[in-house]
Design a protein around this ligand. Structure first.
Ligand code: AMP
Ligand code: TRP
Length: 349
């Protein structure tokens, strides 16, 4: 062992597994409802890959959430595997992340029932996503759509997550999760749950539709030209960007009053990791056509390798199933322990 002869310098603490700082836990999820798009990538998955080494990460494929709206069973099963393949193809690394399918860890559904019994109906009635998804059919939508945020809260709380990286549209659901955790903890006077925090980035949290830049890019938009799907080929991307709504001006500058070009510039900013000033300099004296060509090139360069890896993964479904089974087995003990605590404090069993 080296002896430190200089009394002014403190020896480095011995590095052992026991003294290594415990990483904070990150949890997030996406619904396997097909049409995964650039908003999902830039608002969620890409952010997860960028910080994954810092955290202890759990990423879920939330199939129980997907059945809150009509689905085709075969399609759901396939989309679930496709989403897992996208997670991996986009760069989630199994050294840092556990991936699993929500319905494989039955504690989620069980906890959800119990937590619904501690959720004021008024809180659910206030959820803006429920109102927009339910639309006019409030009497005929599945009850699961109303209870959706409770299941989402259970996803996060069962795994004792500290951080939840999501896009801007999930802000209210995370706020709800925090309220529910605090209410339950204080009702029973025990720290059953960690109260999690959202991680919502400033740029990219809200990628807008290509045909109507006042609406967010969405899986459910009936117009396929409104979004770039992660599996779109180069020709389709070129056509969609050519058609993307801009305005009658020419300046390629970041101006939020011109939402079409602003959205495209924000996408370019995220893909190239340059500052707005650098981008404005790059296109000084050039027009929308030049800019759209450069954006298309960046999009294809980003998505092509993801697509290649995605197809490799989908060509070996048994290996993918195995990764998902290992993920579920690895995360289940924490979920089961939290569920047991919930049952104990409530007096169940
Ligand atoms: P969903 O497609 O609703 O399951 O959303 C999955 C993740 O993608 C969530 O973290 C969303 O907040 C995020 N997301 C969805 N649409 C967008 C968008 N247009 N811009 C940024 N993030 C988005
Ligand atoms: N509701 C989220 C969405 O539509 C998906 C989701 C379900 C989720 N459970 C979660 C996101 C837990 C983060 C953490 O995007």
């Amino acid at each position: 062992m080296a002896v430190n002869m200089n009394n002014d310098v403190k020896p480095e603490p011995a590095l052992s597994a026991a003294s290594a700082p415990v990483k904070k836990r990150v949890f997030s999820g996406i619904q396997p409802t097909g049409n995964l798009h650039l908003g999902n990538y830039l608002g969620a998955i890409r952010n997860w890959t960028q910080t994954q080494a810092q955290y202890d990460n759990i990423f879920c494929i939330v199939d129980l959430h997907a059945i809150t709206l009509p689905i085709d069973p075969k399609e759901l099963h396939r989309s679930t595997r496709q989403l897992a393949a996208i997670y991996l193809a986009a760069g989630l690394d199994l050294r840092y992340c556990k991936l699993f399918i929500q319905s494989h860890v039955r504690e989620h559904a069980e906890a959800s029932w119990i937590m619904e019994c501690f959720t004021p109906l008024g809180w659910l009635n206030r959820m803006t996503q429920f109102k927009s998804k339910a639309g006019e059919n409030i009497e005929s939508v599945p009850t699961g759509l109303l209870c959706y945020p409770v299941l989402m809260a259970c996803d996060i709380l069962l795994h004792q997550a500290h951080y939840v990286p999501v896009g801007d549209d999930q802000r209210q659901h995370i706020e709800f999760t925090r309220d529910l955790a605090q209410r339950f903890n204080s009702h029973f006077g025990q720290q059953v749950f960690i109260v999690p925090q959202d991680q919502i980035r400033e740029v990219g949290a809200r990628i807008m539709s290509l045909d109507d830049p006042t609406k967010k890019m969405s899986k459910s938009d009936p117009n396929p030209n409104s979004r770039i799907n992660l599996l779109d080929d180069a020709k389709t991307i070129t056509q969609k960007i050519e058609r993307a709504t801009t305005d009658s001006e020419r300046l390629v500058t970041f101006d939020s009053n011109r939402p079409g070009i602003y959205n495209l510039l924000s996408i370019y900013q995220l893909l190239t990791e340059q500052s707005p000033q650098q981008i404005e300099d790059e296109f000084a004296g050039k027009g929308y056509g030049d800019f759209k060509a450069a954006l298309t090139e960046q999009l294809v360069a980003t998505l092509a390798p993801i697509q290649a890896r995605y197809h490799e993964l989908m060509n070996d479904l048994p290996a993918l199933e195995n990764i998902l089974k290992q993920g579920a087995d690895a995360v289940r003990p924490t979920a089961a322990a939290t569920l047991q605590r919930i049952k104990d404090v409530v007096g169940l069993g």
